[in-house]
Design a protein around this ligand. Structure first.
Ligand code: FAD
Length: 403
C-alpha cells in the first residue's frame, strides 16, 4: 500500500509530500550532526515521577529498556541545573506547580522544575526496539488517544488548578485501531483532527524506529524488520502521512522562531569550533524550515469558542505529557518525554506567541534550553523516520523482485 511515496497536498497544511521528500535527505543529514553536538545531546529529565493516573509498576525487565545517565561533572557548567535555574526563571507568567513539575498558561506540556532528575546523553540512548509491549504499553497509547475527547473535560481532564489530577478514563476495549469517534469525520473540528494527526503520527514514527532498529529475538542481531513496518505503519497509509504532517508542523515552528534560534546562545562546550559548527548546522535546518514549513496556524482556534477550545487542547496535551510518567520502560519514557515536550514547544510557538514575543531582542529567555533541545531532537526523530521509510520502500521493492 505504501510502497510509493505519497503525492499531492498534505491535508491541513500548505505543503505537499513531494516537497518534504525533496528536502528530507538534507534535513536529516544536518539534524544528525546537530543532535550529536554538546548543546543538543544533553537533556535533563526526571524519569522517576509516579504515574499520576493509575498504579504502574514502572519496572521493565528487558535490558534494552535501561538507560545510561551522565554524571553532572561532564555537563558544561553553564548548562547545569543550578546555573539554568538562575537564568531560566520564567517571566512574569505564573507557574502552576505540581510536585517536581510545573506549567505556565502558555505551555502545552508540563516542564520539569529541574530540582530532580538526571542528565542523559540522548545520542548514547537511541530510540529503538526495547521489547516494551503488552497491556502497559497499550494502556498508555489508549489513554493518549482518549485525550482527543474534546468537550468531555469534566470527565477526564485535569483541571488547571487542581493539584490532584483526576484519573484518565480508559476505553472499554483496548483492541483495534485507537481512533476516537469523529476523527475520520471531515465534520470533526479541525483542532480535533490536528490533535489526532499529531498523536497518530508520533505513534507511527515511534513504530517506525522500533521496526527499523529491531532485535531478532532468536539471533540477538539488530536490523530493519520489513514485516513489522508493514503491519504497524504501511498497512495504514494515513499513519505514514501523519509522520509527514508532523515534520511540516515542526518545521513551521522552527521557521517561525528562526531569528530567535539563530540568536540563541549555544556556547558553553568550551570549544569555539563546536559552537560555530552548532550554529552553522542549525541555520541550515532553519533554511529548510523556511521552504518546507508551510503550515497555516492561523486557521486553527478561530471563531466564537476559540479561547475555550485552545485551553482545552492545551490541557489535553499537557495531560499527554504527564501520561509519559506512566510508560513502563525507562528508554521509552525518556523518548516519550523528549517528543511530547518537543511537540508541546512547537504548539506553543505556533499558537501562543505573537511576533513581538518571538523577537530575540525583546524576549531573550522565551524558551528554556530544554525546550530548544527537545524541539530539535523531536524533529530529528521524525526526519529519521522518513529516512527509514525510504529504506523500507527499497527493501520492499527488492523483495518483490526476488519473488
Ligand atoms: P501498539 O503500537 O502498542 O499500538 C496499540 C494499538 O494502537 C494497535 O493495536 C493499533 O490498533 C493502534 N495503533 C497503532 N499505531 C497507530 C497509529 N499510528 N495511529 C493510530 N492507531 C495506532 N517500544 C520500543 O520497542 N521502543 C521504544 O522506544 C518505545 N517507545 C514507546 C514510547 C511510548 C510513549 C509508548 C506508549 C510506547 C513505546 N514503545 C516502545 C512500545 C511500542 O510503542 C508498542 O506499544 C509496542 O511495540 C507494542 O506494539 P503493538 O504492535 O502491540 O501496538
Amino acid at each position: 500500500v505504501c510502497k510509493q511515496i505519497p503525492t499531492g497536498p498534505i491535508e491541513t497544511t500548505l505543503c505537499d509530500f513531494e516537497t518534504v521528500e525533496a528536502h528530507n535527505d538534507d534535513l536529516y543529514t544536518h539534524l544528525k550532526d546537530l543532535v550529536k553536538t554538546p548543546f543538543f545531546k544533553y537533556f535533563r529529565v526526571d524519569l522517576y515521577r509516579d504515574c499520576p493516573f493509575w498504579q504502574e509498576n514502572g519496572f521493565c525487565m528487558n535490558r534494552e529498556c535501561g538507560i545510561t545517565t551522565t554524571d553532572e561533572s561532564e555537563i558544561p557548567e553553564r548548562w547545569r541545573a543550578a546555573a539554568l535555574s538562575k537564568v531560566e526563571m520564567p517571566s512574569k507568567d505564573q507557574r502552576h506547580k505540581l510536585p517536581g513539575c510545573y506549567y505556565r498558561d502558555s505551555d502545552f506540556c508540563f516542564l520539569d522544575d529541574m530540582s530532580e532528575g538526571d542528565y542523559i546523553d540522548l545520542s548514547a540512548n537511541p530510540e529503538r526496539f526495547t521489547g516494551y509491549a503488552g497491556p502497559s504499553a497499550r494502556r498508555v497509547w489508549a489513554s493518549i488517544y482518549e485525550e482527543n475527547c474534546f468537550g468531555m473535560s469534566e470527565f477526564n481532564l485535569m483541571s488547571s488548578n487542581s493539584p490532584n489530577p483526576a484519573p484518565v478514563s480508559l476505553p472499554d476495549t483496548m483492541t483495534g485501531a485507537l481512533r476516537p469517534d469523529g476523527v475520520d469525520n471531515p465534520k470533526a473540528c479541525l483542532e480535533k483532527r490536528v490533535y489526532y494527526k499529531i498523536i497518530s503520527g508520533l505513534h507511527a514514527s515511534i513504530s517506525t524506529h522500533v521496526c527499523y532498529e529491531d532485535m531478532n529475538q532468536s539471533t540477538g542481531e539488530w536490523g530493519p524488520n520489513l514485516q513489522c513496518f508493514i503491519n504497524r505503519v504501511a498497512a495504514y497509509p494515513e499513519r505514514l502521512q501523519y509522520i509527514y504532517f508532523n515534520v511540516v508542523l515542526l518545521l513551521r515552528a522552527i521557521s517561525r522562531i528562526g531569528p530567535y534560534l539563530s540568536a540563541y546562545d549555544y556556547c558553553g562546550s568550551g570549544a569555539h569550533e563546536d559552537d560555530v559548527f552548532t550554529l552553522d548546522k542549525l541555520n541550515k535546518v532553519i533554511d529548510i524550515a523556511q521552504t518546507v514549513g508551510k503550515f497555516d496556524e492561523t486557521v486553527l482556534f478561530r471563531g466564537e469558542n476559540a479561547t475555550v477550545l485552545k485551553d482545552e487542547f492545551k490541557a489535553h496535551f499537557r495531560n499527554v505529557s504527564r501520561i509519559m510518567d506512566c510508560v513502563g520502560c525507562d528508554k521509552c519514557r525518556l523518548w516519550g518525554k523528549v517528543q511530547t515536550s518537543g511537540l508541546g514547544t512547537a504548539l506553543k510557538i505556533l499558537f501562543e506567541l505573537d511576533e513581538k514575543a518571538l523577537n530575540p531582542q525583546l524576549n531573550a529567555n522565551l524558551l528554556s534550553r530544554s525546550e530548544v533541545v527537545a524541539l530539535i531532537n523531536t524533529l530529528h526523530r521524525f526526519s529519521e523516520s522518513l529516512a527509514a521509510v525510504n529504506i523500507f520502500r527499497k527493501m520492499w521493492s527488492e523483495s518483490d523482485e526476488e519473488e
